[in-house]
Design a protein around this ligand. Structure first.
Ligand SMILES: *Cc1c(COP(=O)(O)O)cnc(C)c1O
Length: 427
């Protein structure tokens, strides 16, 4: 039965939905863009999983809202975000950058989070949830290694066993992050099958979870996967827009900016930056995807442009697939954006017109990274640089206020940036 699983998880052949029953959400504060009880955002989302995985996902679904809404969880989550992650992250008015574009641009500084990006907001939330579910063992999968590091970090913090599955090819390509995970005490297990990359690591992690349902929690790193993961991860990341509202109010007198720009791999930093603005239609939401070498080049990760509906990673969403429903290999210069799908929330936001999608090429992102570095003294992650490059593609008025979610710092990407020094820095 396991071989079918690959297709089930990553292809769109498997049409057997595991639809969950109606249950009381006990929360009447949900807006128009919240998922329904079965985890659907419009026609996207749900939980398309093999029978064997059902008990694991069902346990999580039954418990996540109650646990994360409990005072005990909330107070520990808040405290760790403050004292361990370093929240609230600043909202910074980028004056020289603003002057260049003729519009006020604020930067939400997720690059200043412990570990250098927003991913830790989610892994902190999930480790606290895992503890309260009585789990003794954490598994995760990682492509570039960033989510693996964020997971290994919180497992060390809590003294919980951590196993990170990673494609053998990615282990070779991402040696520094592999070393970080090991230094943090995690075991890195190579996935040797298929293309030996992220999707193979995901299959190994799922296989592990099926075999260890009682004591193991699977930490997914973005707003992807079967319900309740997209909703759960979006809620953990929503601290970003919660802080943004208060900070904008304080600095500008107005909670709502005219636009928020964020890059989208799976979509977790964007979901966090958009979350508390979803129902505020006076704020435009701009989701920036990686065009790679160009949306029509065959070497791209611009899912919303060239993708179509199907099932990936346990949910119905937009994904890059061929006529037979096989997943197309995505490409982007940035490892965090080369994912062949997008989270179901984003598929819905884009399909419904609530969010605008912009795609940015490798070249444009690199140029934006060098520009921001010189203009503001901030070297952004390659992923984040895509969000900055979107400034050249969107329309805005000179009185507008724009917030760019600065999802991560660029130290990890220095090796890539160095290849472009001849062009942007000189010898
Ligand atoms: C992983 C990563 C991303 C992409 O992931 P999302 O879930 O789309 O946020 C973006 N920026 C940085 C810095 C990352 O590390």
């Amino acid at each position: 039965m396991l071989p079918a699983f690959h297709v089930n998880l990553h292809g769109s052949h498997e049409r057997r939905p595991c639809k969950f029953f109606i249950y009381d959400m006990g929360d009447n504060t949900k807006g128009a863009y919240a998922p329904d009880q079965r985890g659907y955002y419009g026609r996207f989302g749900g939980a398309y999983i093999p029978e064997l995985l059902r008990p694991c996902v069902e346990e999580l679904r039954r418990n996540y809202e109650q646990i994360t809404n409990s005072p005990d969880f909330e107070s520990e989550f808040k405290q760790l975000l403050k004292d361990y992650v370093g929240r609230p992250t600043p909202l910074f008015l980028a004056e020289r950058f603003s002057e260049h574009y003729g519009v006020k641009v604020y930067l939400k500084r997720e690059d200043l989070c412990h570990t250098g990006a927003h991913k830790v907001n989610n892994t902190i939330g999930q480790i606290l949830l895992a503890e309260r579910l009585g789990k003794k063992r954490i598994i995760a999968e990682t492509g570039a290694g960033q989510h693996g590091v964020a997971t290994a970090t919180v497992c060390a913090l809590k003294g919980i066993q951590c196993i990170v599955y990673m494609g053998e090819k990615d282990i070779e390509r991402q040696a520094p992050n592999v070393k970080r995970m090991k230094m943090l005490g995690a075991e890195v297990r190579p996935a040797m099958s298929g293309s030996r990359t992220l999707k193979d690591a995901t299959n190994e992690a799922i296989r592990d979870w099926i075999n260890n349902p009682a004591d193991t929690h699977y930490i997914i790193g973005s707003v992807v996967g079967p319900h309740p993961y997209p909703d759960m991860v979006a809620r953990f990341q929503s601290v970003i827009s919660k802080e943004m509202k208060a900070q904008l109010k304080e600095q500008t007198g107005k909670e709502n900016p005219d636009a928020i720009i964020a890059c989208v791999g799976g979509g977790s930093n964007a979901a966090g930056a958009f979350y508390h603005y979803l129902d505020d239609l006076d704020t435009r939401l701009i989701a920036v995807e990686a065009a790679g070498l160009g949306v029509d080049s065959g070497e791209t990760a611009a899912t919303s442009v060239i993708g179509s509906e199907g099932i990936i990673h346990g949910s119905r969403t937009l994904l890059m697939q061929n006529a037979e429903g096989q997943i197309e290999e995505p490409y982007s210069i940035s490892a965090g954006l080369d994912y062949p799908g997008i989270g179901p929330l984003h598929a819905h936001l884009i399909a419904s017109g609530r969010a605008e999608a912009v795609s940015i090429t490798d070249e444009e992102a690199i140029k934006a990274a060098f520009f921001l570095s010189r203009q503001e003294g901030i070297i952004p992650a390659l992923e984040t640089a895509h969000a900055f490059a979107a400034m050249d593609h969107i329309k805005y008025g000179s009185d507008d206020t724009i917030v760019i979610n600065l999802s991560g710092r660029g130290d990890k990407d220095l090796g890539t940036y160095i290849d472009y020094f001849d062009k942007y820095v000189g010898k």
